[in-house]
Design a protein around this ligand. Structure first.
Ligand SMILES: Cc1cc2nc3c(=O)[nH]c(=O)nc-3n(C[C@H](O)[C@H](O)[C@H](O)COP(=O)(O)OP(=O)(O)OC[C@H]3O[C@@H](n4cnc5c(N)ncnc54)[C@H](O)[C@@H]3O)c2cc1C
Length: 368
């Protein structure tokens, strides 16, 4: 049995765990990431990589505050990752058009963008058609958000993992039956069937599975999986270059001709699957928005389990009676967007530093 010793053990190698490890390692902290599977293969891999902007780091809304903080960090974060690894994660400011769904008007979309401090312009049919030539006739107006960006999740995770390794982070994958072990009010080690990990502090960043890890320690958090399905299409000529959104459904074009259609929200436990119902509803949505997508080829489809929390906001920081137990989970639909801010906040908390934004509405213990 191999034994590893680090200052901080991170259980879970999704975007939250790897980003936190990356920020900590840059500060000279000795970190190990232990995952029951391969890192970066769950929700963080499955997501669409949309990065909506925000410019209100002092907002009363916790969601807007952490989104804005993350938005401010993304460009320098990407540049540093690229310098350290030579890898391109596909980050690009591509813009987005939001179309009102049945509960919205263009005016309400514009108002919410203004509240977020975001540049937004209402576009009528004649302005939309040059941007999306194949747009369906019933889509007569939308809101253009030029600061909206995207990243290619699998590439971003590969770059994060490579940067962590370069900085000396130990990445221990396929740790079957990984369990935290206590010595009275302190957690002291984690043991799998093959290895043992000793640490000063531990961060549970196991996405949808975090509630199971904490339940073993007698701590209940309202986090559960919510499945999202995605269908990936290919067109020889990309019919639009910005993200198109209607409510919680969207099309994300990649510069190499791929288009992601997302996504469903399904409360089905830990079952990953594509269903006839889910896939047909995504295809109907895509073809109603841009009818020429009927000619696109279907490349593949997949699903992922978003870590949903009951107020749809992340839980960050120390939790329960164990002084050295921290969590970072519950990011639901925005874990990629929020990852630079999340990793920085968690690294601050784990090293007794004050985070740059208020954590009101984001603290890990708000449901206890
Ligand atoms: C279809 C879909 C579309 C999405 N689109 C977007 C988007 O456009 N923009 C955006 O910002 N977000 C998006 N998201 C949300 C985003 O992907 C998630 O919020 C984010 O990936 C959560 O990251 P995580 O690290 O918490 O969890 P995960 O990526 O799920 O990682 C958890 C890790 O923990 C490991 N693990 C499990 N149990 C244990 C254990 N006991 N011990 C140790 N490790 C364990 C797992 O193997 C896994 O590697 C989307 C998600 C889905 C599913």
């Amino acid at each position: 049995m191999a034994e590893y010793r680090s200052e901080i053990l991170i259980c879970g190698g999704g975007v939250v765990g790897l980003t936190t490890a990356y920020v900590l390692a840059q500060r000279g902290v000795r970190v190990t990431v232990a995952d029951v599977s391969a890192t970066g293969q769950e929700a963080s891999w499955a997501g669409a990589g949309m990065l909506p902007p925000g410019f209100r780091m002092n907002a009363d809304s916790a969601e807007l505050r952490i989104r804005s903080y993350s938005h401010s960090l993304w460009p320098s974060f990407v540049q540093k990752l690229r310098e350290q690894t030579g890898m391109d994660n596909g980050y690009v400011v591509c813009g987005a058009i939001e179309f009102p769904d049945s509960h919205q008007t263009c005016q309400s979309l514009l108002q919410s963008a203004v509240n977020d401090g975001v540049v937004a312009e209402q576009q009528l049919s004649s302005q939309l058609r040059p941007m999306v030539p194949g747009l369906g006739n019933e889509w007569q107006s939308g809101v253009w958000l030029p600061q909206f960006a995207q990243v290619r999740n699998p590439r971003h995770l590969q770059a994060l993992r490579a940067a962590c390794v370069r900085l000396g982070v130990i990445i221990a994958e396929h740790q079957a039956s990984l369990r935290l072990e206590r010595d009275e009010q302190k957690l002291v080690s984690a043991r799998s069937t093959t290895d043992v990990f000793r640490f000063d502090r531990v961060l549970v960043a196991a996405g949808s599975w975090s509630s199971l890890v904490l339940a073993e320690l007698g701590i209940t958090i309202p986090v559960k999986p919510v499945r999202g399905q995605i269908v990936q299409l290919r067109m020889d000529r990309l019919p639009f270059r910005c993200v198109l959104e209607v409510g919680r459904r969207y099309l994300v074009p990649r510069p190499d001709g791929l288009i992601l259609i997302g996504s469903t929200e399904e409360d089905v436990g830990f079952q990953k699957a594509n269903t006839a119902d889910g896939v047909s509803s995504l295809l109907d949505f895509a073809c109603s928005l841009v009818p020429e997508l009927r000619q696109a080829s279907i490349v593949k489809m997949w699903s992922g389990l978003r870590p949903y929390s009951s107020d749809e906001l992340p839980l960050l920081g120390q939790i329960g009676d164990f002084q050295n137990l921290f969590i970072g989970t519950g990011h639901f639909r925005a874990g990629l967007q929020m990852s630079p801010a999340t990793g920085t906040i968690l690294a601050d908390l784990l090293t007794d530093n004050e985070p740059s934004i208020s954590l009101d509405g984001l603290r890990a213990d708000r449901f206890l």
